[in-house]
Design a protein around this ligand. Structure first.
Ligand code: ATP
Length: 325
């Protein structure tokens, strides 16, 4: 329904979004997950036609967003990260103003406003001044404005940021409800949010897609993998050589040092290099304090994909991981 094709955005020498391609199929809720500064807002602003890409393109229902912006934008409802509401306006007034901007006729606008008030559960505050509403309610008003023209696609940028836990639960419920009628793309840096809401997740870091798939598939794939934590009683005399020897053990995919006396071995699914690691330690004369197997969680995956050691160029997983959903 909405697709990014090799979408890139540069600010001077800095590449904020670097050739991302992904699709949000009709009727699905897709989450774009990434740490602060990953490029989510930049990607979303390009996908909603608010920011021209440096290269690449976006299609909405097969239409090129930049070649045919009026028609393509009609299919999109957008809730920006910091939604600009007019605090002195009443809710209903604001929605009428937004309906006019959307070009809705008077009668159609009246119907659309009534329906949006109803669907976003704000009919009881319709006459309230926006500036006096709680942040959760203001977010509902933003969502109501975004659905006035009944767009096929709703794009929400960090829709729960700055809300208290109760408001977060309520807005997520509303998003889920809206997902029943609209194709939905939402950005977030909150992992449980995508697990709760999304059929598919695209993990983005430093402008690139580093993994994508259903949360279950990502979890299944990565829960199958494990890490072995090795604690040395006194650092090995040559840590580089120790890391290289451990990295060469069967089933070990990467070695990550956590201080001089602890290393983590990232292992292939099903691998258990502990006996070989123990033999190696005896051979090399390392005294072990600990040799423990740890299962990875989805949280670990996110950290692992989006965190890198100081000075290292790429996240641990390297290129994009496609996980069948
Ligand atoms: P957050 O979750 O913090 O909003 P994000 O994933 O949405 O982060 P972006 O806002 O897209 O990230 O920013 C991506 C990178 O691009 C950041 O390093 C940011 O500083 C940079 N950036 C964004 N807008 C501009 C701009 N107008 N000029 C220069 N750099 C920019």
């Amino acid at each position: 329904m909405i697709e990014a094709h090799q979408l890139t955005r540069r600010y001077g020498d800095f590449t904020a979004v670097d050739g991302i391609s992904f699709a949000v199929p009709e009727g699905e809720i897709v989450g774009m997950l990434g740490p602060n500064g990953a490029g989510k807002t930049t990607a979303i602003r390009m996908m909603t036609g608010f920011l021209p890409p440096s290269s690449g393109r976006v299609t909405v229902g097969g239409r090129d967003l930049f070649a045919d912006p009026v028609a393509a934008k009609r299919e999109i409802g957008y809730l920006p990260e910091n939604v600009a509401l007019y605090p002195e306006m009443r809710v209903e007034e604001y929605l009428a103003y937004r309906a006019r901007l959307e070009g809705l006729e008077r009668a159609a606008a009246r119907r659309a406003i009534a329906s949006a008030l109803d669907r976003c559960l704000i009919a009881d505050v319709r006459r309230q001044v926006i500036g006096t509403l709680s942040k959760g309610y203001r977010q509902r008003v933003g969502l109501a404005a975004a659905i006035l023209h009944d767009p096929k696609v709703l794009v929400l940028d960090e829709p729960t940021v700055g809300l208290d836990p109760k408001q977060i639960v309520a807005i997520r419920e509303l998003i889920r409800e809206l997902g029943g009628r609209h194709t939905l793309l939402l950005s977030t840096h909150i992992l449980p949010e995508v697990e709760l809401l999304c059929r598919r997740v695209v993990i983005i870091d430093r402008g690139r897609i580093v993994a994508e798939g259903s949360p279950e598939a990502l979890r299944e794939r990565w829960l199958g993998t494990s890490q072995v934590r090795i604690g040395f009683a006194g650092a090995p005399p040559d840590p580089g050589a120790a890391a290289a020897a451990l990295g060469a053990l069967p089933g070990v995919e990467a070695v990550r040092a956590e201080g001089p006396e602890t290393v983590h071995l990232e292992c292939a699914a099903g691998a258990d290099p502990r006996p070989e690691a123990f033999r190696l330690a005896v051979e090399r004369g390392w005294t072990l304090r600990e040799l423990a197997m740890e299962k990875a969680s989805l949280e670990d995956l996110f950290v692992r994909l989006t965190t890198r050691e100081e000075g290292a160029g790429e996240p641990a997983a390297g290129s994009a991981e496609e996980v069948a959903s």
